[in-house]
Design a protein around this ligand. Structure first.
Ligand code: SF4
Length: 385
């Protein structure tokens, strides 16, 4: 394998503009992509750049391999962008200020397209763009005042100390990082979109099947999902039974189950794996329609909200709590051999005390007394643990 010398990467931060390695086997490429994807998954929660413990050659190769694997799968495309951005931010945090400044002026501004210089003021405009071309376009240094259009660092809008006049703010060191982060993101989006247009790549089944394998077939090592299912409340047990017999779930039940799994601590990969293994649709449709939705519920897509499990009141409103129907709950208690408490449960149900009835089932099955009223399925799970 060709050795890459440190000085081929002039700074500690870089945008992966060039693949220095001329030859690599397909198997090596995939091995490195797998390693990178696994590290990127960890950084989603760890936020520590040290998780990417690769040398520069492997770092670069694995990054380019992941671009190829992720560019044609919509949710993998956005996942990769977001994970690389997190890694880049984490690395930037560990980079010393003089390296950041050097990168900003030497590798970004001197080569940037559409940079405007007027009366000793540099204007970073909405169309200013990082250039992979090594040609020096601008003669700039830190003696210039730099004014940045807010679209080049949207995060500054949250910073109450940033004064924005006519859409521009005056750059300081912290904002310099934000501009670099935004530029990295825009650059990566452009490169990924270029790859997406490549028709040869689009029809290359090797990358499609690898993408599917890497993102959806990681098996849980701890039978965590089995434990979660065994300790589930009746509403979840009924949904699980439905998915296993009907090989499909309607929207509300899918949402309830996904957020329940998430709140019980199941990883997104294991959650996707569970749905994939229990749905009867073909893998391409599953990728297209359901993986995004699961990742959305995990806060990894769209507005990236931190969704919690639905509450019992919400589930009752969605008509997915079995306690609202005497016949459904009777059937459930019988199937679980819980006939001893059927009368007590039915009494609470007839008074519309649905959560009280569920609490009684939880107390009985776990041999506990006077537990707090169940208000979410996750509380039931925690007590059952
Ligand atoms: Fe589920 Fe809550 Fe109904 Fe119990 S009361 S079955 S936890 S929705």
């Amino acid at each position: 394998m060709q050795k890459i010398h440190k000085n081929e990467f002039p700074n500690k931060i870089f945008f992966y503009t060039t693949l220095h390695q001329n030859n690599v086997t397909f198997n090596d490429l995939i091995r490195l992509a797998k390693k990178r994807i696994s590290s990127l998954k960890s950084i989603e929660t760890l936020k520590d750049a040290r998780i990417m413990d690769m040398n520069l050659t492997d770092d670069e190769l694995s990054h380019f391999a992941c671009r190829l694997i992720c560019c044609n799968v919509p949710w993998a495309f956005s996942w990769f962008l977001s994970a690389e951005l997190k890694l880049f931010k984490a690395r930037l945090k560990e980079t010393n200020p003089s390296d950041i400044k050097n990168f900003f002026y030497t590798l970004y501004l001197k080569r940037a397209k559409n940079l405007v210089i007027e009366d000793s003021i540099l204007f970073i405009n909405p169309d200013t763009e990082f250039s992979e071309d090594n040609t020096i376009e601008n003669h700039v240094s830190d003696i210039y005042t730099t004014r940045v259009h807010f679209t080049k660092a949207p995060d500054v809008l949250r910073d109450l100390n940033s004064k924005i006049v006519d859409g521009y703010f005056t750059l300081d060191h912290d904002q310099m990082k934000k501009v670099i982060i935004n530029e990295f993101h825009e650059h990566l989006v452009r490169r990924m979109n270029d790859l997406k247009k490549n028709t040869k790549l689009k029809t290359d089944e090797r990358f499609q099947s690898i993408s599917s394998e890497l993102f959806t077939e990681q098996k849980s090592t701890s039978n965590q999902i089995g434990n979660i299912i065994n300790k589930s409340p009746p509403c979840i047990n009924i949904i699980i039974k439905k998915i296993r017999t009907e090989k499909h779930l309607k929207f509300n039940d899918r949402q309830i189950l996904t957020r329940y799994f998430k709140s019980c601590g199941l990883s997104v990969a294991d959650c996707i794996d569970f749905f994939k293994g229990n749905f009867s649709c073909d893998p391409a449709r599953f990728e297209r329609e359901f993986v995004y939705s699961i990742r959305h519920n995990y806060g990894l897509e769209g507005k990236r909200a931190d969704y919690k499990s639905f509450t019992c009141m919400q589930i009752i409103g969605m008509n997915s709590c079995p306690f609202v129907s005497t016949s459904t709950i009777s059937e459930y208690l019988n199937s679980k051999d819980l006939v001893d408490i059927e009368d007590a449960v039915k009494k609470e149900v007839s008074n519309r005390n649905f959560t009280k009835a569920c609490t009684e089932v939880c107390e009985y099955t776990n041999k506990k007394e006077k537990i707090d009223l169940i208000t979410t399925p996750v509380e039931y799970f925690k007590i059952s643990k």
